[in-house]
Ligand binder design. Structure first.
Ligand SMILES: C[S@@+](CC[C@H](N)C(=O)[O-])C[C@H]1O[C@@H](n2cnc3c(N)ncnc32)[C@H](O)[C@@H]1O
Length: 433
Protein backbone atom coordinates (compact mmCIF):
# COMPACT_ATOMS: atom_id res chain seq x y z
CA UNK A 1 0.00 0.00 0.00
CA UNK A 2 2.67 2.46 1.17
CA UNK A 3 4.67 2.08 -2.06
CA UNK A 4 1.97 3.26 -4.38
CA UNK A 5 3.04 6.27 -6.43
CA UNK A 6 0.85 9.32 -5.89
CA UNK A 7 -2.01 9.92 -8.34
CA UNK A 8 -0.88 12.65 -10.76
CA UNK A 9 -2.73 15.85 -10.01
CA UNK A 10 -3.47 17.85 -13.18
CA UNK A 11 -3.84 21.01 -11.13
CA UNK A 12 -0.42 20.72 -9.55
CA UNK A 13 1.16 19.93 -12.91
CA UNK A 14 -0.60 22.88 -14.50
CA UNK A 15 0.32 25.23 -11.65
CA UNK A 16 3.94 24.29 -12.13
CA UNK A 17 3.61 24.87 -15.88
CA UNK A 18 1.91 28.24 -15.29
CA UNK A 19 4.55 29.49 -12.89
CA UNK A 20 7.34 28.31 -15.18
CA UNK A 21 5.67 30.22 -18.01
CA UNK A 22 5.54 33.49 -16.15
CA UNK A 23 2.26 33.37 -14.21
CA UNK A 24 2.62 34.99 -10.79
CA UNK A 25 0.44 33.27 -8.21
CA UNK A 26 0.94 35.22 -5.00
CA UNK A 27 -0.40 33.26 -2.06
CA UNK A 28 -3.14 31.42 -3.95
CA UNK A 29 -3.34 27.90 -5.32
CA UNK A 30 -6.07 25.84 -6.99
CA UNK A 31 -8.06 23.83 -4.48
CA UNK A 32 -11.23 21.73 -4.66
CA UNK A 33 -14.17 23.22 -2.74
CA UNK A 34 -17.29 21.22 -1.97
CA UNK A 35 -20.02 22.13 -4.47
CA UNK A 36 -17.86 24.63 -6.37
CA UNK A 37 -15.36 22.46 -8.24
CA UNK A 38 -11.91 24.01 -8.28
CA UNK A 39 -11.36 27.47 -6.84
CA UNK A 40 -8.47 29.44 -5.36
CA UNK A 41 -7.39 28.98 -1.75
CA UNK A 42 -5.36 31.55 0.20
CA UNK A 43 -1.99 30.08 1.21
CA UNK A 44 -1.36 32.99 3.59
CA UNK A 45 -3.41 35.90 4.87
CA UNK A 46 -4.24 38.21 1.97
CA UNK A 47 -5.15 41.88 2.29
CA UNK A 48 -7.51 43.89 0.15
CA UNK A 49 -5.43 45.48 -2.59
CA UNK A 50 -2.93 42.62 -2.82
CA UNK A 51 -2.34 41.35 -6.32
CA UNK A 52 -3.18 37.64 -6.25
CA UNK A 53 -2.60 36.50 -9.82
CA UNK A 54 -0.78 38.04 -12.76
CA UNK A 55 -0.75 36.36 -16.16
CA UNK A 56 1.50 37.42 -19.06
CA UNK A 57 -0.73 38.40 -21.96
CA UNK A 58 1.33 36.20 -24.26
CA UNK A 59 -0.40 33.20 -22.62
CA UNK A 60 -3.92 34.49 -23.26
CA UNK A 61 -6.04 32.62 -25.79
CA UNK A 62 -8.07 35.05 -27.87
CA UNK A 63 -9.09 35.14 -31.54
CA UNK A 64 -5.78 36.85 -32.24
CA UNK A 65 -4.21 33.43 -31.82
CA UNK A 66 -6.47 31.79 -34.38
CA UNK A 67 -4.72 31.42 -37.75
CA UNK A 68 -6.08 33.66 -40.48
CA UNK A 69 -6.47 30.69 -42.83
CA UNK A 70 -8.82 29.06 -40.30
CA UNK A 71 -10.79 32.26 -39.68
CA UNK A 72 -11.23 32.77 -43.40
CA UNK A 73 -13.27 29.57 -43.71
CA UNK A 74 -16.16 30.92 -41.67
CA UNK A 75 -18.90 33.36 -42.60
CA UNK A 76 -18.29 37.02 -42.02
CA UNK A 77 -20.01 38.07 -38.84
CA UNK A 78 -19.31 34.84 -36.98
CA UNK A 79 -18.82 35.74 -33.33
CA UNK A 80 -15.44 35.47 -31.66
CA UNK A 81 -17.07 33.09 -29.19
CA UNK A 82 -18.09 30.75 -32.02
CA UNK A 83 -14.77 31.07 -33.81
CA UNK A 84 -12.75 30.23 -30.71
CA UNK A 85 -15.03 27.29 -29.89
CA UNK A 86 -14.51 26.05 -33.47
CA UNK A 87 -10.77 26.41 -33.20
CA UNK A 88 -10.69 24.54 -29.89
CA UNK A 89 -12.78 21.85 -31.62
CA UNK A 90 -10.50 21.49 -34.65
CA UNK A 91 -7.18 23.19 -34.02
CA UNK A 92 -5.42 20.34 -32.28
CA UNK A 93 -6.32 17.51 -34.62
CA UNK A 94 -5.48 19.43 -37.77
CA UNK A 95 -2.06 20.54 -36.73
CA UNK A 96 -2.98 23.98 -37.84
CA UNK A 97 0.22 25.81 -38.40
CA UNK A 98 0.35 28.55 -35.86
CA UNK A 99 3.33 29.96 -34.20
CA UNK A 100 1.26 31.91 -31.67
CA UNK A 101 -0.40 29.12 -29.78
CA UNK A 102 0.41 25.46 -29.36
CA UNK A 103 -2.25 22.94 -28.31
CA UNK A 104 0.47 20.63 -27.13
CA UNK A 105 2.07 23.22 -24.90
CA UNK A 106 -1.30 24.18 -23.45
CA UNK A 107 -2.54 20.65 -22.93
CA UNK A 108 -1.91 20.80 -19.18
CA UNK A 109 -4.22 23.80 -19.01
CA UNK A 110 -7.00 22.08 -20.98
CA UNK A 111 -6.79 19.10 -18.62
CA UNK A 112 -7.80 21.32 -15.70
CA UNK A 113 -11.10 22.27 -17.32
CA UNK A 114 -14.39 20.67 -16.30
CA UNK A 115 -15.76 17.83 -18.43
CA UNK A 116 -18.80 17.95 -20.69
CA UNK A 117 -20.60 15.82 -18.10
CA UNK A 118 -19.95 18.58 -15.54
CA UNK A 119 -21.81 20.98 -17.82
CA UNK A 120 -24.57 18.46 -18.54
CA UNK A 121 -25.09 18.11 -14.81
CA UNK A 122 -25.31 21.79 -14.06
CA UNK A 123 -26.22 23.97 -17.06
CA UNK A 124 -29.99 23.74 -17.77
CA UNK A 125 -29.90 23.98 -21.57
CA UNK A 126 -27.86 20.76 -21.59
CA UNK A 127 -30.29 18.91 -19.31
CA UNK A 128 -32.58 16.20 -20.71
CA UNK A 129 -35.44 17.65 -22.73
CA UNK A 130 -37.98 16.34 -20.23
CA UNK A 131 -36.30 18.48 -17.58
CA UNK A 132 -36.27 21.56 -19.78
CA UNK A 133 -33.08 21.14 -21.83
CA UNK A 134 -32.87 21.89 -25.54
CA UNK A 135 -33.34 19.40 -28.33
CA UNK A 136 -29.93 18.20 -29.49
CA UNK A 137 -29.56 19.50 -33.02
CA UNK A 138 -29.10 17.92 -36.32
CA UNK A 139 -27.67 20.86 -38.17
CA UNK A 140 -30.82 22.93 -37.99
CA UNK A 141 -32.25 24.89 -35.16
CA UNK A 142 -32.12 24.18 -31.48
CA UNK A 143 -35.38 24.58 -29.72
CA UNK A 144 -35.75 25.46 -26.10
CA UNK A 145 -38.06 23.15 -24.43
CA UNK A 146 -41.14 24.10 -22.56
CA UNK A 147 -43.30 22.23 -25.02
CA UNK A 148 -42.20 18.60 -24.54
CA UNK A 149 -44.78 16.92 -22.29
CA UNK A 150 -46.63 20.13 -21.51
CA UNK A 151 -45.00 20.65 -18.13
CA UNK A 152 -42.14 23.10 -17.78
CA UNK A 153 -40.38 22.62 -14.47
CA UNK A 154 -37.70 25.26 -14.86
CA UNK A 155 -38.98 28.52 -13.40
CA UNK A 156 -40.14 31.02 -16.04
CA UNK A 157 -37.52 33.43 -14.73
CA UNK A 158 -34.95 31.12 -16.36
CA UNK A 159 -36.86 29.25 -19.07
CA UNK A 160 -39.15 32.07 -20.19
CA UNK A 161 -42.01 29.54 -20.21
CA UNK A 162 -45.12 29.61 -18.01
CA UNK A 163 -47.41 26.70 -17.21
CA UNK A 164 -50.30 28.78 -15.91
CA UNK A 165 -50.77 31.13 -18.87
CA UNK A 166 -49.74 31.74 -22.42
CA UNK A 167 -47.13 34.45 -22.68
CA UNK A 168 -48.10 37.50 -24.72
CA UNK A 169 -45.73 37.67 -27.64
CA UNK A 170 -45.33 41.20 -28.80
CA UNK A 171 -43.19 40.36 -31.75
CA UNK A 172 -39.48 39.67 -31.89
CA UNK A 173 -37.97 43.09 -31.25
CA UNK A 174 -39.97 43.32 -28.03
CA UNK A 175 -38.66 40.11 -26.61
CA UNK A 176 -36.22 40.79 -23.85
CA UNK A 177 -33.36 38.59 -22.73
CA UNK A 178 -33.96 38.98 -19.01
CA UNK A 179 -37.35 37.32 -19.57
CA UNK A 180 -36.01 34.43 -21.59
CA UNK A 181 -32.51 33.57 -20.42
CA UNK A 182 -32.42 30.03 -21.75
CA UNK A 183 -34.04 30.95 -25.06
CA UNK A 184 -31.46 33.62 -25.77
CA UNK A 185 -28.63 31.38 -24.66
CA UNK A 186 -29.86 28.55 -26.88
CA UNK A 187 -30.13 30.98 -29.78
CA UNK A 188 -26.53 32.13 -29.31
CA UNK A 189 -25.31 28.56 -29.19
CA UNK A 190 -27.49 27.57 -32.14
CA UNK A 191 -26.29 30.45 -34.29
CA UNK A 192 -22.67 29.67 -33.40
CA UNK A 193 -23.11 26.01 -34.31
CA UNK A 194 -24.88 26.88 -37.56
CA UNK A 195 -22.17 29.32 -38.58
CA UNK A 196 -19.50 26.74 -37.91
CA UNK A 197 -21.43 23.98 -39.68
CA UNK A 198 -21.91 26.22 -42.72
CA UNK A 199 -18.14 26.01 -43.29
CA UNK A 200 -17.56 22.62 -41.72
CA UNK A 201 -20.67 20.47 -42.07
CA UNK A 202 -20.91 17.64 -39.58
CA UNK A 203 -19.04 19.44 -36.83
CA UNK A 204 -19.46 17.31 -33.75
CA UNK A 205 -22.16 18.92 -31.63
CA UNK A 206 -20.98 17.42 -28.40
CA UNK A 207 -17.40 18.71 -28.78
CA UNK A 208 -18.38 22.10 -30.16
CA UNK A 209 -21.00 22.79 -27.49
CA UNK A 210 -18.48 21.72 -24.84
CA UNK A 211 -15.95 24.32 -25.94
CA UNK A 212 -18.70 26.90 -26.38
CA UNK A 213 -19.60 26.26 -22.73
CA UNK A 214 -15.95 26.47 -21.66
CA UNK A 215 -15.79 29.92 -23.22
CA UNK A 216 -19.18 30.90 -21.83
CA UNK A 217 -18.22 30.06 -18.25
CA UNK A 218 -14.47 30.80 -18.14
CA UNK A 219 -13.68 33.73 -20.40
CA UNK A 220 -12.57 37.22 -19.43
CA UNK A 221 -12.95 40.62 -21.00
CA UNK A 222 -9.78 41.34 -22.92
CA UNK A 223 -8.56 43.78 -25.56
CA UNK A 224 -5.24 43.10 -27.22
CA UNK A 225 -2.64 45.84 -27.73
CA UNK A 226 -4.06 48.67 -29.78
CA UNK A 227 -7.57 47.20 -29.94
CA UNK A 228 -10.57 49.38 -29.18
CA UNK A 229 -13.60 48.18 -27.24
CA UNK A 230 -16.12 46.50 -29.57
CA UNK A 231 -19.77 47.55 -29.47
CA UNK A 232 -20.70 44.11 -28.16
CA UNK A 233 -18.63 43.41 -25.03
CA UNK A 234 -18.95 39.68 -25.67
CA UNK A 235 -16.70 40.07 -28.70
CA UNK A 236 -13.81 40.98 -26.39
CA UNK A 237 -13.65 37.55 -24.83
CA UNK A 238 -10.51 35.56 -24.12
CA UNK A 239 -9.38 32.65 -22.00
CA UNK A 240 -6.78 33.51 -19.37
CA UNK A 241 -4.91 30.50 -18.04
CA UNK A 242 -4.81 30.03 -14.28
CA UNK A 243 -7.04 33.10 -13.70
CA UNK A 244 -9.92 30.89 -14.80
CA UNK A 245 -9.76 28.98 -11.50
CA UNK A 246 -11.47 31.78 -9.56
CA UNK A 247 -15.02 31.13 -8.46
CA UNK A 248 -17.60 33.88 -8.23
CA UNK A 249 -18.95 35.74 -5.26
CA UNK A 250 -20.48 39.13 -4.54
CA UNK A 251 -17.10 40.71 -3.76
CA UNK A 252 -16.04 43.89 -5.52
CA UNK A 253 -14.20 43.31 -8.74
CA UNK A 254 -10.61 44.31 -9.46
CA UNK A 255 -9.44 42.85 -12.72
CA UNK A 256 -7.28 44.88 -15.07
CA UNK A 257 -4.92 44.44 -17.97
CA UNK A 258 -2.11 46.15 -19.77
CA UNK A 259 -0.45 45.07 -23.00
CA UNK A 260 1.87 42.89 -20.90
CA UNK A 261 -0.17 41.53 -18.02
CA UNK A 262 -3.59 40.47 -16.87
CA UNK A 263 -3.90 41.26 -13.16
CA UNK A 264 -6.38 40.07 -10.56
CA UNK A 265 -6.38 41.86 -7.22
CA UNK A 266 -8.09 40.94 -3.94
CA UNK A 267 -10.78 43.43 -2.95
CA UNK A 268 -11.17 42.21 0.63
CA UNK A 269 -9.06 40.55 3.29
CA UNK A 270 -8.83 36.75 3.25
CA UNK A 271 -7.48 34.57 6.04
CA UNK A 272 -5.11 31.74 5.21
CA UNK A 273 -7.18 28.74 4.10
CA UNK A 274 -10.17 30.78 2.88
CA UNK A 275 -11.37 30.70 -0.71
CA UNK A 276 -10.44 33.80 -2.70
CA UNK A 277 -13.17 34.92 -5.09
CA UNK A 278 -13.60 37.17 -8.09
CA UNK A 279 -16.84 38.69 -9.32
CA UNK A 280 -18.44 37.65 -12.64
CA UNK A 281 -20.96 40.50 -12.53
CA UNK A 282 -24.08 41.63 -10.68
CA UNK A 283 -26.08 38.54 -11.59
CA UNK A 284 -29.32 37.07 -10.26
CA UNK A 285 -29.41 33.39 -9.35
CA UNK A 286 -31.42 32.76 -12.52
CA UNK A 287 -28.65 34.12 -14.69
CA UNK A 288 -25.93 32.36 -12.69
CA UNK A 289 -27.76 29.06 -13.07
CA UNK A 290 -28.56 29.47 -16.76
CA UNK A 291 -25.12 30.67 -17.83
CA UNK A 292 -22.75 29.18 -15.23
CA UNK A 293 -24.66 26.26 -13.71
CA UNK A 294 -24.71 27.36 -10.07
CA UNK A 295 -26.60 29.59 -7.66
CA UNK A 296 -25.50 31.56 -4.60
CA UNK A 297 -27.03 31.00 -1.16
CA UNK A 298 -26.62 34.70 -0.42
CA UNK A 299 -26.96 36.92 -3.44
CA UNK A 300 -27.69 40.60 -3.03
CA UNK A 301 -28.34 40.87 -6.77
CA UNK A 302 -31.00 38.19 -6.79
CA UNK A 303 -34.34 39.17 -8.30
CA UNK A 304 -37.11 38.01 -10.60
CA UNK A 305 -39.24 39.97 -13.05
CA UNK A 306 -43.01 40.37 -13.30
CA UNK A 307 -42.92 41.48 -16.96
CA UNK A 308 -44.74 38.50 -18.48
CA UNK A 309 -47.55 38.69 -15.91
CA UNK A 310 -47.89 42.45 -16.24
CA UNK A 311 -47.91 42.45 -20.04
CA UNK A 312 -50.48 39.65 -20.07
CA UNK A 313 -52.82 41.80 -17.96
CA UNK A 314 -52.61 45.08 -19.82
CA UNK A 315 -55.22 46.05 -22.40
CA UNK A 316 -53.92 46.60 -25.93
CA UNK A 317 -54.14 50.41 -25.83
CA UNK A 318 -52.32 50.54 -22.51
CA UNK A 319 -49.67 48.21 -23.87
CA UNK A 320 -49.08 50.58 -26.78
CA UNK A 321 -48.81 53.52 -24.39
CA UNK A 322 -46.35 51.59 -22.23
CA UNK A 323 -44.17 50.56 -25.15
CA UNK A 324 -43.66 54.19 -26.07
CA UNK A 325 -42.74 55.16 -22.52
CA UNK A 326 -39.62 54.59 -20.46
CA UNK A 327 -41.52 52.19 -18.18
CA UNK A 328 -41.70 49.24 -20.53
CA UNK A 329 -40.44 46.07 -18.86
CA UNK A 330 -38.01 45.25 -16.03
CA UNK A 331 -40.57 45.04 -13.24
CA UNK A 332 -38.23 43.80 -10.55
CA UNK A 333 -39.06 41.83 -7.42
CA UNK A 334 -36.24 41.26 -4.95
CA UNK A 335 -35.91 40.44 -1.27
CA UNK A 336 -36.95 43.99 -0.41
CA UNK A 337 -40.10 44.20 -2.49
CA UNK A 338 -41.10 45.47 -5.90
CA UNK A 339 -39.41 48.32 -7.75
CA UNK A 340 -40.83 51.74 -8.57
CA UNK A 341 -41.42 50.73 -12.19
CA UNK A 342 -43.81 48.04 -10.98
CA UNK A 343 -45.77 50.62 -9.01
CA UNK A 344 -45.92 52.87 -12.05
CA UNK A 345 -47.18 50.13 -14.35
CA UNK A 346 -49.73 48.97 -11.75
CA UNK A 347 -51.24 52.46 -11.87
CA UNK A 348 -51.61 52.18 -15.65
CA UNK A 349 -53.92 49.22 -15.14
CA UNK A 350 -56.76 51.43 -13.85
CA UNK A 351 -55.79 55.02 -14.77
CA UNK A 352 -56.80 56.61 -18.00
CA UNK A 353 -53.90 57.06 -20.35
CA UNK A 354 -53.85 60.86 -20.09
CA UNK A 355 -53.77 60.87 -16.29
CA UNK A 356 -51.06 58.23 -16.33
CA UNK A 357 -48.99 60.23 -18.78
CA UNK A 358 -49.28 63.29 -16.54
CA UNK A 359 -48.42 61.12 -13.58
CA UNK A 360 -45.20 59.71 -15.05
CA UNK A 361 -44.11 62.86 -16.90
CA UNK A 362 -45.26 65.66 -14.59
CA UNK A 363 -45.61 63.92 -11.24
CA UNK A 364 -49.37 64.58 -11.11
CA UNK A 365 -51.23 62.36 -8.64
CA UNK A 366 -54.64 62.77 -10.24
CA UNK A 367 -56.22 59.36 -10.61
CA UNK A 368 -53.54 57.54 -8.59
CA UNK A 369 -54.99 55.20 -5.99
CA UNK A 370 -52.21 53.64 -3.95
CA UNK A 371 -54.48 51.03 -2.39
CA UNK A 372 -55.61 49.92 -5.80
CA UNK A 373 -52.05 49.77 -7.10
CA UNK A 374 -51.03 47.69 -4.08
CA UNK A 375 -53.90 45.25 -4.66
CA UNK A 376 -52.91 44.83 -8.32
CA UNK A 377 -49.28 44.20 -7.40
CA UNK A 378 -50.32 41.67 -4.76
CA UNK A 379 -52.41 39.96 -7.43
CA UNK A 380 -49.42 39.72 -9.77
CA UNK A 381 -47.27 38.28 -6.99
CA UNK A 382 -50.04 35.79 -6.19
CA UNK A 383 -50.05 34.75 -9.84
CA UNK A 384 -46.32 34.00 -9.58
CA UNK A 385 -46.97 32.00 -6.43
CA UNK A 386 -49.78 30.17 -8.26
CA UNK A 387 -47.33 29.25 -11.03
CA UNK A 388 -44.99 27.89 -8.40
CA UNK A 389 -47.68 25.85 -6.68
CA UNK A 390 -49.08 24.44 -9.92
CA UNK A 391 -45.62 23.49 -11.15
CA UNK A 392 -44.56 21.87 -7.90
CA UNK A 393 -47.81 19.89 -7.66
CA UNK A 394 -47.31 18.64 -11.21
CA UNK A 395 -43.66 17.86 -10.50
CA UNK A 396 -44.63 15.81 -7.50
CA UNK A 397 -47.02 13.78 -9.61
CA UNK A 398 -44.42 13.38 -12.35
CA UNK A 399 -41.83 12.10 -9.88
CA UNK A 400 -43.76 8.84 -9.93
CA UNK A 401 -44.06 8.49 -13.68
CA UNK A 402 -41.06 10.26 -15.19
CA UNK A 403 -37.83 8.25 -15.00
CA UNK A 404 -35.76 11.35 -15.90
CA UNK A 405 -36.98 13.02 -12.73
CA UNK A 406 -35.92 10.10 -10.57
CA UNK A 407 -32.60 9.77 -12.37
CA UNK A 408 -31.69 13.41 -11.79
CA UNK A 409 -32.34 14.21 -8.14
CA UNK A 410 -29.68 16.90 -8.03
CA UNK A 411 -31.20 18.86 -10.90
CA UNK A 412 -34.66 18.51 -9.37
CA UNK A 413 -33.29 19.75 -6.04
CA UNK A 414 -31.69 22.73 -7.73
CA UNK A 415 -35.05 23.63 -9.24
CA UNK A 416 -36.90 23.13 -5.96
CA UNK A 417 -34.37 25.38 -4.28
CA UNK A 418 -34.86 28.06 -6.91
CA UNK A 419 -38.62 27.81 -6.65
CA UNK A 420 -38.33 28.21 -2.85
CA UNK A 421 -36.23 31.36 -3.32
CA UNK A 422 -38.78 32.72 -5.78
CA UNK A 423 -41.57 31.99 -3.33
CA UNK A 424 -39.69 33.77 -0.53
CA UNK A 425 -39.20 36.86 -2.72
CA UNK A 426 -42.87 36.95 -3.73
CA UNK A 427 -44.14 36.46 -0.17
CA UNK A 428 -41.80 39.13 1.17
CA UNK A 429 -42.79 41.54 -1.60
CA UNK A 430 -46.50 40.91 -0.93
CA UNK A 431 -46.01 41.73 2.73
CA UNK A 432 -44.11 44.90 1.87
CA UNK A 433 -46.45 46.35 -0.75
C1 LIG B 1 -14.33 30.32 -14.18
S1 LIG B 1 -14.85 28.75 -13.69
C2 LIG B 1 -14.20 28.64 -12.07
C3 LIG B 1 -13.47 27.34 -11.82
C4 LIG B 1 -14.34 26.13 -11.72
N1 LIG B 1 -14.95 26.06 -10.42
C5 LIG B 1 -13.59 24.84 -11.99
O1 LIG B 1 -13.81 23.86 -11.31
O2 LIG B 1 -12.83 24.80 -12.96
C6 LIG B 1 -16.57 29.06 -13.52
C7 LIG B 1 -17.37 27.86 -13.04
O3 LIG B 1 -17.09 27.61 -11.66
C8 LIG B 1 -18.26 27.24 -10.95
N2 LIG B 1 -18.52 28.30 -9.94
C9 LIG B 1 -18.05 29.56 -9.93
N3 LIG B 1 -18.42 30.21 -8.82
C10 LIG B 1 -19.15 29.34 -8.10
C11 LIG B 1 -19.83 29.41 -6.84
N4 LIG B 1 -19.82 30.51 -6.11
N5 LIG B 1 -20.50 28.32 -6.41
C12 LIG B 1 -20.52 27.18 -7.15
N6 LIG B 1 -19.90 27.05 -8.35
C13 LIG B 1 -19.22 28.11 -8.81
C14 LIG B 1 -19.37 27.16 -11.98
O4 LIG B 1 -19.44 25.84 -12.44
C15 LIG B 1 -18.87 28.08 -13.08
O5 LIG B 1 -19.40 27.75 -14.34
Amino acid sequence: MGNRSPVPDPHEDFTEWAVTNGVTALNVRPHRFEGRGLGMIALEDIEAGDVVVQVPTTLILSVDKVPLSFKAEFPEGITNHALLAAWLTYGDSEEVENENFSFKENSLWFKTWPTRKDFEDTVPILWPVSLGGIEQPGNESLKTNGGHSGLNIIPPSISGVWNSFQKVTLGKPDEQEHQNLMGFQARRLCKAYKDVCSARPGTDWSTFSYYWMILNTRSFYWLGPGQTAPEDRNEALALVPFADYFNHSDVDCDVSFTDEEYTLTATKDYAKGEEVFMNYGSHSNDLLLAEYGFMMDQNRHDCIYLDDIVLRDLAADKLEELKDSQYYGKYVVNSEGVCYRTEVVAALMYMNVEDWRNHVLEGSTQGVDEQRSAAIIRGWLSDYLGEKKGTLDAMEAAMESNPDFRANPQKINTLLKRWAEIEAMCVMAKDNV
